[in-house]
Design a protein around this ligand. Structure first.
Ligand code: FEO
Length: 171
């Protein structure tokens, strides 16, 4: 049986993952308005992934006889300074999520809640992948720079990443 403290902490993580899904959906819409189709598709997929991360927590809490709560999600921003600023924000949000997952792991360990420790391993690996992906995108953006063709090149890069991710999913 999961503790009330652990359940409350996992329910807080549901809020964070749900917010990430809404934030990335908002970013997808902004990218679409800028004509950045590759970036928009990328953010749509990230949004769906975050929704899945939220549901995974939701199902787990129920499975261990806790009470999973549907989150109140605050409205994310709708405007972004630039596509570079947008991806910087994504990276920072992912770092925040990683910190939060690490705190959950700390709590689960201190409570000897090995089922939750085991459940959280998946999130630790996922966060490592996501941070690495976002850092890679930011590095590419720095290489491409701010010249007149930069938006076109950045969008093409994101379209290539989408293709690679889709190919991975199909394996
Ligand atoms: Fe589920 Fe990328 O945080």
């Amino acid at each position: 049986m999961i503790s009330e403290k652990m359940t409350a902490a996992l329910n807080q993580q549901i809020v964070l993952e749900g917010y990430a899904s809404f934030l990335y959906l908002s970013m997808a819409s902004w990218c679409d308005k800028q004509g950045l189709e590759g970036c928009s598709q990328f953010m749509h997929r990230q949004s769906s992934e975050e929704w899945e991360h939220m549901l995974r927590l939701f199902r787990y809490i129920s499975e261990v006889d806790g009470h999973a709560l549907t989150p109140a999600i605050s409205q994310p921003p709708h405007e972004f300074e630039s596509v570079q600023a947008l991806f910087q924000q994504v990276y920072e949000h992912e770092q925040k999520v990683t910190n939060s997952i690490h705190k959950l792991m700390h709590l689960a360990t201190s409570e000897n809640d090995y089922a939750t420790v085991n459940f959280l391993q998946w999130y630790i690996a996922e966060q490592r992948e996501e941070e690495n992906l976002m850092r890679g995108i930011l590095d590419k953006m720095k290489l491409i720079g701010d010249g007149p063709q930069s938006l076109y090149l950045i969008d093409n890069e994101l379209a290539l990443i989408n293709k690679a991710e889709l190919a991975n999913e199909a394996k």
